[in-house]
Ligand binder design. Sequence first.
Ligand SMILES: *Cc1c(COP(=O)(O)O)cnc(C)c1O
Length: 353
Amino acid sequence: MSIAERLARPEILALEPYAHPAFDPTLERLDANESPWRPAGDRSDTGLNRYPETAGTQIEAVLAALYGVPATQVLAGRGSDEGIDLLTRAFLRPYRDSLLQCPPTFGMYALACRLQGATLIDVPLDRTQGFALRPADIRTAFASTTRLIFLCSPNNPTGNRIPLSLIADLCREVAEQALVVVDEAYAEFTEDPGALTLLGEHANLVVLRTLSKAYGLAGARCGAVIAAADVIAVLRRIRPPYFITTGTSEAVMRALSPAGIAEARARIQTLCTERKRLAAALETLALIRHVFPSTANFLLVECTEATEVLARARRAGFLLRDFSRQPHTRGCVRISIGSEDQNDRLLSGLATP
Ligand SMILES: *Cc1c(COP(=O)(O)O)cnc(C)c1O
C-alpha cells in the first residue's frame, strides 16, 4: 500500500469522484446546460459561457514544466490556499488526527486544521536564534495522531529558510506516519535549491508553490501541490470540478510564456536588490531595533515602537502588516518589498516624525 493510501481518510479512498461529461471540441455543445451566447464584455479566448473543461489539465502541464516535474505529480488549484485545504481534508480525520506547525507562520494551516475539526500542535520557532526550527521539539511534540507537518520555507512572516537537510531528516523520521508539507510560496526569492530537489527520495514529502508572489498573479488564484503521484491522485479525488477558471487559465498561459517568465525573473532580481537596500536603510532608523534577514519579498522588523512605525507609514500612504501584538512576534511589523520608488517614499516617511 502506498503512503498516501495508508494515510488518507478511508472514506475518501472509498468515494466515487465526480465525473465530468466527456468533452469533444469537434461537436457543438448541448450537453452542459450552458448559454449559447457569450456574456457582455467577454474578452476571453474560449468564451466564459462555457465550462472550463480543459483549463485545469492545460495549467497542470504548464506548471509541471515550470517546476520540472511530471504532470502526474502536480495538482493545480485556486492558490496554494486550496492545496492546504485539500490536504487537511484528505489526510486529517476529524476529532482524531493532528497537524503540527511551527509558529509564527502562515495562518492558513491552523485555520484549515480547525475547519476540519482536527487537533493543532504548535512547536514554536526559536526567536532568539532568528526564528530557527527546533527539530528536537518537533520530535517531542509529534504524536501518534499526527498526519501532517506543515513547514514554511522561506517562512512567512519571518523570512528565513529551513535547511534542506532538516527537512530531509524529518521526512525520513516520520516516513511511515505523516506527510511533510513544505510551503515554498517565496522560493523564487532565494537562490538555494528548494525542497523539489528532495521529492525523488521522499514519498511523504509535499511541496506547495504559488504564482501569487513571484509571478505577480495573486488575483488570478493559481497554485500547485507537488508530490508523489499517489498523493496527488488522492487529492484529485476530492477537488471540485472546474477547479481553474477560464480567466485564470488564460492569464496564467500568458504570464508563463517564455517572455513572461523572463520578465518575472528580472522583477525577482529587482526585488532582491531592493530587499538588501531597504534592509540596510531600515537598520539605520531609530524606530527599528532589528531587521530579520529575509530570503523572501518582505522584511520582518522589530520596532522600538511599532505603533509609531505603522502611523508614519500610513502618513506616507502605506499599509504595513502589524504583527506586534501576536505572541511570537511582539513588537514586529512586516513590510512587503515595493518598487524602488515605493521603498524610497516609505523610507523617507519612516524617518519623518
Ligand atoms: C501568500 C502565501 C500563500 C498563499 O498563496 P496563494 O497561492 O495566493 O493561495 C501560501 N503560503 C504562504 C506562506 C504565503 O505567504
